[in-house]
Design a protein around this ligand. Structure first.
Ligand code: ATP
Length: 265
């Protein structure tokens, strides 16, 4: 029998960069899906959100860049801060928040444009059209996404001619084009084969030198491989949050243990 959830969080000394705080709650209409969450996310590390389908991982991830705002009837209580600034500060424009946060989705979603134009898309929208600047951003972003050597000779070909793994790395390049501080990844490898997955995982390892990364994954081996800290959620509650090795090797909570050992979920 599944025991009543009990939240545990063995903290180490770290300066939180993102804080989910003040008992963060979230509702879609009258349905509450996140309950009393408090979670400190360290800077320039990888934090994984795991848990069974429907436990609220993506909702929490999409709260961090206020992507849920696009959905009618949502409500929240509590707060989320990034580097001490509340994302709900009325003086903060959502567009400037989103510049600080890149997002990578489950299904790679390049625009039907060239590789080059995919990366500079948001810069062009912001009116930045200087060729030398755009060239520099394209090279930096593609290098950052470990894709430069593979595509440098075909920057003006359609992004849709790339392999799935390359398209996902292009989406990562697009996410870092604006020099964000945070990258949110929602199951970034679920549509990729094992080789492409391995490349993205290697890339995540490189990216954390420069970015704070939060990743939602169903793949527990992936969470164990790529993340420094792991948060396990069940039915919208944070059950356990700890350094990843502890979650997988010596979880404190029976539900965490059952989930990471594949006994439910
Ligand atoms: N746009 C929406 N409107 C209403 N309910 C929603 C919406 N999006 C998600 N939900 C509900 O919120 C709950 C949490 O969903 P969420 O997608 O955050 O969970 P998840 O843990 O990421 O699941 P999965 O692993 O299957 O993607 C679920 O009950 C889901 O049905």
């Amino acid at each position: 029998m599944i025991q009543a959830p009990k939240t545990t969080d063995s903290r180490e000394d770290f300066e939180p960069f993102i804080q989910i705080k003040d008992n963060y709650n979230f509702w879609y209409g009258s349905t509450q899906v996140l309950f009393d969450l408090n979670l400190d996310i360290p800077e320039k590390q990888v934090t994984a959100f795991i848990g069974p389908s429907g436990c609220g991982k993506s909702t929490l991830l999409r709260s961090i860049n206020r992507m849920n705002d696009l959905i009618e009837g949502i409500q929240h209580t509590g707060d989320i801060t990034i580097g001490d600034q509340s994302i709900y500060d009325p003086s903060l424009e959502v567009i400037s928040l989103r510049k600080r946060i890149g997002m990578v989705f489950q299904k790679y979603n390049p625009f039907p444009k060239s590789i080059y134009e995919n990366i500079v898309f948001s810069l062009r929208i912001a009116g930045r059209n200087k060729k030398s600047e755009l060239d520099e951003v394209v090279e930096r972003s593609l290098r950052g996404a470990a894709l430069w050597d593979e595509v440098k000779d075909r920057l003006h070909e359609s992004a849709l001619s790339m392999s799935g793994g390359q398209m996902q790395r292009l989406c990562i390049a697009r996410a870092i084009a604006n020099n964000p501080e945070v990258i949110l990844m929602d199951e970034p490898c679920s549509a990729l084969d094992p080789i492409a997955t391995g490349k993205v995982e290697e890339l995540i390892h490189e990216l954390k030198k420069d970015y704070t990364i939060v990743i939602v994954t169903h793949n527990m081996q992936q969470a164990a491989r790529v993340s420094d800290r792991t948060a396990f959620f069940y039915l919208g509650k944070l059950i356990e949050y700890d350094v990843t090795d502890n979650i997988f090797m010596k979880p404190k909570n029976d539900q965490t243990e059952a989930y990471v050992s594949g006994r439910f979920g």
